[in-house]
Ligand binder design. Structure first.
Ligand code: 13P
Ligand code: ZN
Length: 303
């Protein structure tokens, strides 16, 4: 009898200890600034109406400091390596915080461990494995190959400054896909003309990927080609893909481009469908603004 009691005591004690350890681990990692910033951005996008159902995804390339702080909370046994279907050598060995595939942005802040996770990319730059979070057999976003390839290109272009890639189902940009020719030139000029500071926020303009099947290597390759030039890429009839050095800048970029897109659609409706505006910002205005802000405008879109 004494033995039985002792065994049950041990079991209860183990459960309590496991629960407490899990609680402390979850709590600790969720309190880290990069995880808090990530969760806040998911919520901000949800509040903007950009993330119906599981629409959209977010990844963040962790700093060495982030990795060192988070490592004690990684799973004792990392999960299986999963092929990405693309290869990017420049960020091989990096760690990313990623939203989960099929997960809803509106749920991220309430329960990070089930909705987001940390993945490690292998030394060949062609596979990942989950080391924290994404509990109950969840996986990183289906757009992870696109995110990874674009991280590689954006980090190279910015000497390592770029850390965030964000995809959202922004309604104004999707509406524009129906009525504006699907070229970098046509989208960029119209967006710049909508609001004075657009040209300051995205002076390189925006790239446009025609409609493509989401989630595969093809859209990853097409986007990463454009990422050599642009921080923002339109996915026709789908949404936007944006890159930046931190959460604020990337969210601000997405917000600015999407606001310009909705202004364009609203102004066009108000103008009876015509693009023959009574008043508009002329090319000289765009060039002068960049000159005064000491910013290099993409000259292929003006003049
Ligand atoms: P995930 O749920 O796999 O992230 O897919 C959402 C999405 O927006 C695909 O483009
Ligand atoms: Zn999408």
């Amino acid at each position: 009898m004494a033995n039985v009691d002792f065994d049950s005591f041990k079991e209860v004690a183990k459960d309590v200890l496991d629960g407490a350890t899990a609680g402390v681990k979850g709590f600790a990692i969720e309190r880290m600034p990069f995880v808090k910033g990530f969760c806040r951005m998911c919520d901000d996008g949800w509040l903007q109406g950009w993330h119906e159902r599981n629409g959209g995804n977010l990844t963040y390339r962790m700093t060495d400091e982030d990795i060192n702080a988070a490592r004690p909370f990684f799973d004792a046994e990392p999960r299986e390596w999963v092929s990405m279907g693309v290869t990017g050598e420049s960020l091989a060995g990096s760690y990313f915080l990623s939203t989960g595939s099929g997960k809803y942005m509106r749920n991220v802040a309430d329960d990070p461990a089930h909705n987001i996770g940390i993945v490690e990319v292998n030394e060949a730059g062609d596979a990942y494995r989950i080391v924290w979070g994404l509990l109950d057999a969840a996986k990183p976003t289906s757009e992870f190959p696109s995110h990874y390839m674009n991280h590689c290109v954006a980090a190279e272009r910015t000497n390592g400054a770029n850390r965030v890639i964000y995809h959202a189902h922004t309604p104004g940009i999707i509406e524009m896909s129906f009525i504006v020719p699907l070229t970098d030139h046509d989208f960029t000029r119209r967006l710049w003309q909508m609001m004075t500071e657009c040209v300051v926020v995205f002076p390189a303009g925006v790239g446009v990927v025609p409609w493509m099947v989401p989630g595969g290597a093809a859209i990853a390759e097409a986007s990463s080609e454009l990422m050599k030039t642009y921080d923002t890429i339109v996915w026709a009839h789908h949404g936007l893909f944006a890159a930046g050095p931190d959460f604020d800048t990337t969210f601000g970029l997405m917000h600015t481009v999407e606001k310009a897109a909705s202004l364009y659609v609203a102004a066009r409706v108000a103008n009876g469908g015509s693009e023959d505006w009574l008043n508009k910002i002329e090319d000289k205005g765009l060039i002068d603004t960049c000159h005064d802000f000491n910013i290099a405008i993409n000259e292929s879109f003006v003049g």
